[in-house]
Design a protein around this ligand. Structure first.
Ligand code: CP3
Length: 355
């Protein structure tokens, strides 16, 4: 059992999603899905077309609230995640970010001290104010029993996009910068870490009940680099949040961390760990048991595309393995656009025991 447990005890306020964090696990676990708002929903695609650019959608509270609520209306998930993106932080710092249809994000890469000097943390609060407004309106509009999750990207993952200028298969630009000029790269990571602390604090102040830190590229670092670029910045974020808001659970999602996941859980101080698809159910049980964190995960998003008996078998396996442990049902990574919406409804029924 972890020593942070008492501060979270009794604070669930009837929200099922928060109960595992207060060690009040119920028979059936809470469920939400990473990327639950998105292109697999026709009603999302309709709003997305109206919004213009993807960042316009992130910065338009009225539309962002609408797409945040769409999956709650359809499926009644136990938590909503505020609609935004991890790349609003570099955008707010002044690095030009755009999203190219079918190709993903594009940024003017940063690679030097001169590039870093052009980024301005003082721009961040005003630029991110619309996201806080979205959080405020979502909390007002959501049913009382549905929790609201705020989020940011972990500094390492955000830095891989800032250095690479796009999503890359191997995150080579950031890894090379970190090897060749660790102090220079550290300034980038520090800048993102501080902005992320402000961003998460702003979301809690606006009404977020819990937070998730997405470290989608944690798996690309060797053991020797993992502590400096993944664990240390995450620990700094969690520490700053805990100092201000000890009762708000923080979930870390170190995708691909594999055998380093338990160390991540222990050393960052997170309350919950998002488990990717590759982690065994044995590892998830150990995280939720011995390590004393809430385990969240880890259905393969492609099983949600496949549906049928394969989906059902795996969902029942996960539920049986995690029975009685502090656990939140989720995917091992985000929903993919080709997911049939009716398979999501089937999944929710299975987890709720109506299947
Ligand atoms: O429903 C939710 O989960 C809330 C919103 C959310 C989005 N992105 C919306 C989005 C969240 C939590 C994210 C996190 C995010 N964004 C991550 C971490 C999780 C992960 O998937 O690994 C990362 C790495 C990003 C960066 C990003 N944003 C990429 C690489 C892309 C392009 C790939 C893609 O799926 O298109 C995006 C765009 C994006 N972010 C979309 C959505 C719904 C699709 C864009 C569109 O609708 O045109």
């Amino acid at each position: 059992m972890s020593d942070k447990q008492p501060t979270l005890l009794g604070r669930s306020g009837g929200r099922r999603f928060l109960k595992p964090f207060a060690r009040q696990q119920e028979q059936r676990p809470p469920i939400w899905l990473m990327r639950q708002a998105g292109r697999y929903l026709p009603e999302y695609r309709e709003v997305r077309t109206r919004a213009g650019s993807f960042l316009d959608l992130c910065y338009s509270p009225e539309l962002a609230v609408e797409v945040t609520l769409q999956p709650i209306r359809r499926y009644g998930f136990d938590a909503a995640i505020v609609f935004s993106d991890i790349l609003v932080v570099p955008d707010a710092l002044g690095q030009a970010v755009s999203f190219v249809e079918g190709e993903g994000p594009r940024l003017d890469p940063v690679s030097s001290a001169a590039d870093l000097a052009r980024l301005d943390p003082l721009r961040v609060p005003a630029r991110l104010a619309p996201v806080y407004e979205t959080v405020r309106r979502c909390r007002e509009a959501l049913p009382a029993e549905v929790a609201l999750i705020g989020f940011c990207g972990a500094p390492w993952t955000v830095a891989t996009y800032m250095a690479g200028g796009r999503g890359t298969p191997d995150q080579a630009a950031a890894r090379l910068w970190a090897y060749r000029d660790p102090n220079g790269f550290d300034r980038l990571v520090e800048l993102v870490t501080s902005a992320s602390i402000d961003y998460l604090t702003g979301q809690v102040a606006a009404g977020a009940d819990a937070l998730q830190i997405f470290d989608s590229w944690a798996g690309s670092l060797p053991d020797s680099e993992f502590d400096r670029w993944v664990v240390a910045p995450t620990r700094r974020i969690v520490g700053a949040l805990k100092a201000r808001h000890p009762d708000v659970p923080v979930i870390g999602f170190p995708r691909g961390a594999g055998e380093k996941t338990a160390r991540y859980a222990r050393e960052t101080g997170v309350d919950g760990v998002g488990c990717d698809t590759s982690l065994s159910l044995g590892t998830m049980k150990a995280l939720a048991g011995t390590e004393g964190v809430v385990a969240q995960g880890n259905l393969d998003p492609l099983l949600l595309v496949a549906g049928g008996a394969a989906l059902e078998t795996r969902v029942r396996q996960i539920l049986a393995a995690m029975q009685g442990l502090p656990f939140v049902f989720n995917l091992g990574h985000g929903i993919v656009p080709q997911t049939p919406p009716e398979h999501v409804a089937r999944l929710v029924d299975l987890v709720r025991g109506q299947g």
